[in-house]
Design a protein around this ligand. Sequence first.
Ligand SMILES: Cc1ncc(COP(=O)(O)O)c(C=O)c1O
Length: 439
Amino acid sequence: MRKDTPIPYDVINKHIELMKLDNVGKASIREIKRLVDNVEEETGQRYIRMEMGIPGLAPCEVGVEAEIDALNQGVASLYADIDGIKPLKKEISRFIKLFADTDVDPRGCLPTVGSMQGSFAAFMTCNRMYKEKDTVLFIDPGFPVHKQQCQVLGIPFESFDVYNYRGEKLRDKLESILSKGNISSMLYSNPNNPAWICFTETELEIIGELANKYNVVVLEDLAYFAMDFRKDISKPGQPPYQATVAKYTDNYILLISSSKAFSYAGQRIGMMALSDKLFDTKAPDLKRYYAFDTFGRAMVFGTIYALSAGTTHSSQYALAAILKEANDGNYDFIDVVKEYGEKAKIMKKMFTDNGFEIVYDKDEDQPLADGFYFTISYPGFTGEELIERLIYYGISAISLAITGSERKEGLRACVSLVSRDQFPDLKKRVEKFNEHHPV
Ligand SMILES: Cc1ncc(COP(=O)(O)O)c(C=O)c1O
């Protein structure tokens, strides 16, 4: 390997040795972060940090103010209702109507401790509805922590990479799995972490139809709500809307995060919306674990009560205020986060101009949207080899291998922490990489 790399070759090797990393490409996200922190500290050179998916914007101000007010009024000493304070339930329901054109009664609109608690509670409850349905299906690539949740719950799961099953091809693939009768629920994120694919209406329709046919609950993870920037979803109550499987089935749970859309990750508040039909569904097998056989009651007074007895009181006021502003058309949250898409467009071009390829590049026949993440590969390299080599060029990312992707050559790049003043460095570094590794 060439030693005239943008970040001094010897310094990196020294830190790899100090951390006793046998294989940088196989290192965990946290180990890569630590290595990069150490090298940055010694060299004073900033990395293009694309390894972690954390918001890079200031928190929504309306939320911060509402939260401070609520605290000043004393809510910290009071338990909030397990299923959420009334104004929040109402605003969640309005939000889903105005931005996703879907009706969910406020009763089924529940705050959760981050969307992570929502998925944990959903796996747990859905998987206990019917004795024979004891397995979760992941439509991958996906967010590794969801599988970790199933692992700690002892819930078996299956998964497949959707890369080769886009459009109509999804039907046979899903049918082959769901027809076995053991799947309780299936989860995907849309837009997708890590690939930023967005399912088309054809695909959502297939998912919805098969969920009806095989009585499977769809767990639709909308962590990046409204961030398919190809469509302007910013006008409440006007099309186009956030695409959702709710158009095609009434057997769903929507998981909506406030971490990215409202840059509110630190307060750990998310939303879970149970369809009206699912809320009232009776499943006698639930009685094995709960005092109730109705899904909604089991979820609220069984699972959520047992997990955390609800969500932080003050952050519920924050979220209620944020949603009210958005619903009333006074706060264009999409305009704020559009920055991610604009940066992605510029960054992707720097990579593709210099020999890199975009791994997941299409939604059926449509070019992919620009957003929070994109995926890259370089001819002749596996993902692990590419990470290991890019570290010397001052660029960090993670391998797609940990996301259930079968594209072992790919990396996930996250744009959020890269600031525009780093673009000239990024350009120089990918050009140098390309020069050192002619395609
Ligand atoms: C796809 C996906 N789902 C869920 C989450 C978790 O969201 P929250 O911070 O609301 O728990 C993330 C966060 O990165 C994510 O990428």
